[in-house]
Design a protein. Structure first.
Length: 162
């Protein structure tokens, strides 16, 4: 059939359309609170700080103190004098200090000063010479997803026997 040319049609100009598409893409991505300016600086938890509770952010966290709870972030850097007791979930995890608990990350790096006591679930991992690690290592294509695969096994073990 015939198609109509859009050259002379009224409507938004290409620059307006591009702006609207960008805003719609951000809404579709499910971003609840992303700043509209440049990327914010990482949150730094100083060495004299003790936090009891869970931390969750879409940004970066640098821990130099102690955290007793789970942490979820985009990039997590554990300083040399830092201790985290809980599960760590981040796209990128760099451990220079101590983590007691499970580590989940797309990229996990244990430096020579790292001390990890717990399982590591990763897509890629790097362990420097001198790092201390006790636990198991498992590679997964999507390590950030929850362990839903393990639920039926645990449910079956807890099921009443007749």
């Amino acid at each position: 059939m015939f198609s109509k040319s859009k050259i002379n049609e009224p409507g938004p100009k290409p620059s307006e359309t591009e702006t609207k598409k960008g805003a719609d893409a951000k809404k579709a991505a499910g971003s609840d609170y992303k700043p509209s300016g440049p990327k914010p600086a990482p949150s730094v938890l100083s060495s004299d700080l003790l936090i009891t509770g869970n931390l969750k952010t879409t940004g970066d966290i640098q821990v130099e103190g102690q955290v007793e709870g789970d942490i979820r972030a985009h990039l997590l850097t554990v300083g040399e004098g830092a201790t985290i007791k809980g599960e760590v979930v981040a796209d990128d995890v760099v451990v220079n200090g101590r983590v007691v608990g499970r580590v989940r990350g797309l990229k996990v790096r244990l430096s020579s000063s790292a001390r990890v006591e717990g399982d590591i679930i990763h897509k890629t991992i790097a362990i420097e010479s001198g790092a201390h690690f006790e636990g198991s290592v498992q590679r997964q294509d999507d390590p950030l997803s929850t362990g839903a695969k393990k639920m039926p096994t645990a449910a079956a073990a807890d099921a009443p026997k007749s």
